[in-house]
Design a binder for this molecule. Structure first.
Ligand code: ADP
Ligand code: MG
Length: 224
């Protein structure tokens, strides 16, 4: 499903150059659940953002479904992402002024789905994430666990084939964290490919393979 070849990423801010990724080559076949681990600042989010087509590499290749998307401009990346990739952030990234239903509906609106189809899919995603009783609530009225369930509902409402999650349990207590991991695990069993960044060995145990990054480089891979 996704493959990188000698991927590197350098950020330039003013005079300062940061090499965030160096020569990263990975292959994630369809249906796999991969965890990415490593110390803070080692490039995990940078890699996930590139895999999620939120950013582009400086050099090397990124192949998505076999097609080289490395040089895609932002507009082409956005088009390719739609309905195919769902992204879950540690900080939820919900829109404060939209209620639960409106937040979850956003990807479907961007995809131009009909009102009837949006209604059906939002209802299914809310039932699935057990937040249907909060449909009219705004993010600030929800607990952290509820906010992350809304964020996951938004990430999966269009039934993406690839789910990327950046420390999805990082801001949750252990009970809510376990619920989120169970949900991701279920989505994987139903066929979604998942790449998840985590600091937690426990969460990584839900994956079938752990990729360890250090200072922008892939250091070890462990098959679980
Ligand atoms: P991690 O997620 O593993 O903590 P990141 O991928 O966020 O690490 O960051 C890797 C390195 O790249 C860090 O040194 C970070 O400061 C730098 N970096 C990340 N994003 C940017 C950016 N937009 N501009 C400049 N430097 C960045
Ligand atoms: Mg990060």
């Amino acid at each position: 499903m996704i493959q990188t070849e000698h991927l590197s990423k350098t950020f330039r801010a003013e005079e300062v150059e940061t090499i965030a990724l160096r020569d990263v080559t990975i292959h994630v076949p369809p249906g796999e659940f991969v965890a990415i681990m490593g110390p803070s600042g080692c490039g995990k989010s940078t890699l996930l953002n590139i895999l999620g087509l939120l950013d582009a590499p400086t050099s090397g290749r990124y192949l998505f479904d076999g097609a080289d998307v490395s040089a895609f401009k932002e507009r082409e990346r956005t088009r390719l992402r739609k309905g195919v990739i769902g992204f879950v952030f540690q900080s939820f990234n919900l829109i404060d002024d939209l209620n639960v239903r409106e937040n979850i509906e956003l990807p479907l609106l961007y995809m131009g789905e009909s009102a009837a189809s949006r209604k059906k899919k939002v209802r299914e995603a809310m039932d699935r994430m057990e937040i249907s009783h909060r449909v009219k609530h705004f993010p600030r009225q929800l607990s952290g666990g509820q906010q992350q369930r809304v964020a996951i509902a938004r990430a999966v409402v269009a039934r993406p084939r690839l789910i990327l999650a950046d420390e999805p349990t990082g801001n949750l207590d252990s009970r809510n964290g376990l619920e989120v991991m169970n949900l991701l695990s279920e989505l994987n069993k139903e066929g979604a490919t998942i790449v998840m960044v985590t600091h937690s060995r426990h969460d990584a145990g839900f994956a079938s393979r752990v990729i360890n990054l250090f200072d922008g480089q892939l250091v070890t891979e462990t098959i679980l």
